[in-house]
Design a protein around this ligand. Structure first.
Ligand SMILES: Nc1nc2c(ncn2[C@@H]2O[C@H](COP(=O)(O)OP(=O)(O)O)[C@@H](O)[C@H]2O)c(=O)[nH]1
Ligand SMILES: [Mg+2]
Length: 251
């Protein structure tokens, strides 16, 4: 079945991953794929010659993850927009099921979730812990009944895309993922989760930086204003974990 859906993939030096991911998506009947490339230096944009269904937007430098996703939403114009990583952490075979769920449940956002029943994450140990704690903190502080709000594997309805496109002050780094969930949840959009198995990337490097983790805590603290004990305690624990991680890695 052909869906009125497209896939948007923000990409920064992902040539090898994309050369396998695009055919895998085509196999799943995804008619249009939008790669938002922030001036990769590995020749990512050269792939444009190899694939008829893939459109490349070449931007002028690293303009940020969320702005790449929003540019993709605008460009695609389809009823549903899937956003996913280029690195196979998000399984292209989950895409049809996620779109199906969006249609069947009239969801404006379907989150590919590692933390609902049957969801699994095979990420690095330290990343698993950070991600788990971040989700618990977000869930408790924002009163949002979802388990994986940091996941970047998502399906958005056109209505949600249009709403997000109009938000001028959305956070542009990885923290933008929770910012978007928060805005949609508090503006009456329906959000559901779809269990996925997250796989650690085997090719290329993660672009997630320490700064992004700090930004997450700043976001929570700034937006909640009240220092609930749980937030401060968890922030402290995370800080200790992150500092130990850097000591182990770089000392
Ligand atoms: N266009 C664009 N893509 C980005 C940027 N930052 C990350 N990406 C891409 O966004 C996706 C998620 O990043 P990734 O490094 O996999 O993050 P991780 O999964 O948290 O380790 C990947 O496809 C990256 O290539 C950015 O600033 N601009
Ligand atoms: Mg990734």
């Amino acid at each position: 079945m052909q869906y009125n859906a497209s896939v948007v993939i923000p990409a920064l030096n992902e040539k090898n991953n994309l050369s396998r991911l695009i055919p895998a998506l085509e196999k799943n009947n995804i008619a249009s794929i939008y790669i938002i490339d922030d001036k990769s230096t590995d020749g990512t944009s050269e792939l444009v010659q190899n694939f008829n269904n893939a459109h490349f937007l070449l931007r002028n430098g690293r303009l940020g993850l969320i702005s790449a996703e929003i540019d993709g939403m605008r460009l695609s114009g389809t009823d549903y927009v899937v956003v996913m990583d280029a690195d196979f952490s998000h399984n292209p075979d989950d895409v049809p099921g996620m779109i199906r769920q969006a249609i069947d449940t009239s969801s404006d956002l379907v989150i590919g979730s590692r933390y609902t029943d049957n969801g699994i994450t095979n990420d690095e140990f330290i990343r698993k812990i950070i991600s788990r704690i971040a989700n618990i903190i977000f869930r408790l502080s924002f009163d949002i009944d979802l388990y994986d709000c940091t996941s970047g594997f998502r399906v958005y309805s056109r209505k949600a895309c249009d709403f997000i496109g109009k938000q001028v002050d959305i956070e542009n780094g990885y923290v933008g993922q929770v910012d978007i969930v928060n805005r949609l949840a508090h503006n009456g959009f329906k959000i559901t989760e779809y269990p996925v198995v997250f796989v650690k990337r085997t090719e290329g490097k993660s672009k997630l930086k320490m700064r992004e983790i700090v930004n997450f805590f700043l976001f929570v603290i700034y937006n909640k204003k009240i220092f609930r004990p749980i937030i401060s305690m968890s922030a402290l624990v995370i800080l200790i974990i992150v500092i130990s991680f850097f000591i182990i890695r770089f000392v």
